[in-house]
Design a protein around this ligand. Sequence first.
Ligand code: S3P
Length: 430
Amino acid sequence: MKFYPTDKPLHGQLDIPGDKSISHRAVMFGSLANGTTEISHFLPGADCLSTISCFRSMGIDIETNPEHPDHVIVHGKGLHGLNAPDTVLDCGNSGTTTRLISGILAGQDFPCTLTGDASIQKRPMNRIIEPLTQMGACITSERDNGCAPLQIIGQPLHGITYHSPVASAQVKSCLLLAGLYADSATTVIEPALSRNHTELMLRHFGADLSSDGLAATIHPGNELSGISVKVPGDISSAAYFLAAACMIPGSEILLRHVGTNPTRDGILRVIQDMGGTVTYRRLSASGGESTADLEVRYTPLHGTVIEGSLIPTLIDEIPIIAVLASTAEGTTVIRDAGELKVKESNRLDLMVENLSRMGVDITGTDDGMIINGGKPLHGALIDSHLDHRIAMSFAIASLAADGETEIRDAECVNISYPEFYRDLKFLLQQ
Ligand code: S3P
């Protein structure tokens, strides 16, 4: 797909599609609850549809409606209501589906195999295999390479206290879900706090779960009950337009009903550190998740340092932050972000490679990058490696670059934001 520089600023108001992490969890927890869970503003992206299809394969009735794809009704069958699937569970491109479902499957009374696309089959699963095995689970990597396909034979599980070496909500959530099926409490302690959607939502479903700083503990025993979940707009999707408005002179936009959970709002703090202004309007909260309308307007930005406990709060936004830093004056340093290498693609290498092609002065480091921004960007051929966040980041970069930018496999935005190009066009035409 080809992209060209914009001669117009971004203007107007936009509803941001539902949060991917929260949409996944609403389907999963709804499936394990007794009774009906009604989900509004669900994200009908390919990743969340993979989660729906896995639970349907395990006998859960999930109503979707092509006329209203953001409205989903899950008829849960309780903690012990899943059936053995008669096929391999296909998690598609979704790490969240793969890792969270593994925690659930570890405690069932049936065997099953799960896998996904070429990217999923390269992503590290030892981070869940090891602690689940400590809990008594029987989980193996079919090719013995620490990756999917995973074979899981459901077993009685034991509670553990686990000091996770990585700040990962997928690891934490996997173990807390396995903890629902254990014979005693399970505690996960992280090196820095990752997104806490599982803790907030499972509690609303009735689980006995507590959080204390970097530790989250689940006590098994409670049944879950179906609830209504109103999914906030995904701040990770809003990030592309926030960045575009900061980069393109004259822009001023309002993004409605965006999730502002403090474990996810690092992008807003970075924009402010770089000299930008994001104004919160109409603050609200639902199910423990805070939301706001975010107003942002063009301001010339400068470089910053992004590191430490800020990293997990913006881990998925680092590609678009790198684009923003390329257009900002001065140097931006990103460190402690080695996790970027094991996302849907190696986002560290891909950002360095593709931004270099656009003429950006960028150097990759072991755990991040150094960007000397403020020089003109040039259109280039961009390889997305089928990574949705790489494609969206370069669609935004192309607006500020001279000449033509071609993004390979640009339709992969379908994973998290099927209407991304339509919404970008809308903001450019107001
Ligand atoms: C997610 C957690 C993060 C994030 C991913 C979604 C989740 O991954 O990158 O897009 O929904 O729990 P890690 O837990 O691997 O950091």
